[in-house]
Design a protein around this ligand. Sequence first.
Ligand code: RFL
Ligand code: PHB
Length: 399
Amino acid sequence: MNTVKTQVAIIGAGPAGLLLSQILHLEGIESIVLETRSREAIEATIRAGVLEQGTVDLMNQLGVGERMQREGFVHTGTILRFDGRDRRIDFPELTGGKAVMVYAQHEVIKDLVAARLGAGADIRFEVKDVSVNDTDTASPKVRFRSKDDELHEITADFIAGCDGTQGVCRPSIPAGVLKGFERLYPFGWLGILCKAPPSSDELIYALHERGFALVSTRSPDIQRMYLQCEPTDKIENWSDDRIWAEFRARLATRDGWAPKEGEIFSKTVVGMRSFVTEPMQHGRLFLAGDAAHVVPPTGAKGLNLAAADVRVLSRAIVEFYRKGRTDLLDGYTATALRRIWKAQRFSWWMTSMLHRFPGADDFQHRVQIAELDYVTGSRAGSTALAENYVGLPFDQLEP
Ligand code: RFL
Ligand code: PHB
C-alpha cells in the first residue's frame, strides 16, 4: 500500500473540490484531490451556466477569472414571460450595481484544473473504491485504488467531502447522525443544446399553461434551452420536431416572438429535487456542495452554493492553521446552512411560481400569473427576486 500525508484530502473534482483546493493553495495549505472520472469527462459534462456576482468575484480573486472575463456574458437583467408578455428584472438597478455571468460550469472546471495542475497540484483522476476512515480521530484517512489498480492511503488533518449527490462521503457518516430534508417535484427538465444564434440577449423564464420553458445561452453559436417535462420522461419521447413545437407554443408572445431554431446536438432529462442534510460535518469530515444539498435548477443556485460552502469551510481551515481556532470548524454547518436554506427557499419559490403542477386547475394558474405580475410590477417584489438571483451578500462567514 502506498501511503502519503497531506493537510486536506479533497474527494471530488467538481466546482466545490477544485475551488477549495485553489483557495487553500493560495493560503499555503496543501491538499490532494481525488476524482473518480477522467479529466476529459469532468471537462465535458454539461451542467450549470449562471454564476452569481460573488462567484465571479471569487474566480477573479483566485486568479482563474481571466477566460471567464473574456468569454463569459455579463447579464444585467432577466426576462419573466407570462400571459404572452415580457417583464424585465434589472439587476444593477435593483441591487446596487450587481449582475450575473453566463459562463458554463465545464469552462469553470477547465480553468480550475488548468490552474491547479499548472501550480503542480496533486489531482488523482480515475480513482476507484474510495473510502473515508477514522473521521472521528485527528488523523482521518482516505483509501482508494489508483487508475492502475494500486492501493493507496492518504492521512490528512481534514477530509472535504465534495463528491456530489452520488458520492461516498455522506453515506460514510454513521446512521443516526444525519437528518435529511427533501422535497421532490412532480416534473423534470428536458435540456437541449442547439447550434443557433441567441434568441434573446437575456435569459427568459416562461410560465405557460403547457408548462415552464427557459431560454439560456452558451455562446454566439450555441444555445441552451429547457422545457418542463415528466420527471421520468425519456429522451426517445422527444423528437426534434416535438421539442421545437413545444418551445414555440410555450414561448409565444402577443407580438409573435419565436425562438431561433437549429440542430439539436444534446438532449438530457434531469429530475427536480430540493434536499439538505444536517449537520454537514462529522469529526474531521466536512461536506460541501451537492454532497450536502441539492436545489432544483430554476434559481441557478447549485454551483454558486457549492462555491459559498467552500468559502466558509476554507476560512475555518485557514483560521485553524493560522491561529489554532476550532470554533469556525465547529460552526461550519451553522454558518453554511443559513445561506443554504435561503437559497433553498428561493429555488423552491422560483420553481413553484414558474411550473405547471399536475392536477393544477385554472385558479392555480391565475394565482401564478398574478404572482408574476406582482413580482415584476412592484419594486419590492422585483428587488426580492433580483437580490436573490445575483446572490445574497456574503457577510456571514462566522456562526
Ligand atoms: P459535482 O459537480 O457533482 O462534483 C462532484 C465530483 O465528485 C466526483 N465523485 C467522486 N470523486 C471521488 N470519489 C468518489 N467516490 C466520487 N463520487 C463522485 C464526481 O465525479 C464529480 O466530478 O458537485 P459540486 O462540486 O458540489 O458542484 C455542484 C454543481 O455541479 C451543481 O450544483 C450544479 O451543476 C447545479 N446546477 C446549476 N447550478 C448553478 O449554480 N447555476 C445553474 O445555472 C445550474 N444549472 C445545474 C444546472 C444542474 C443541472 N443538472 C444536470 C442537475 C442545470 C442542470 C441541468
Ligand atoms: C443554464 O444556462 O444551464 C441555466 C440557466 C438558468 C437556470 C438554470 C440553468 O436557472
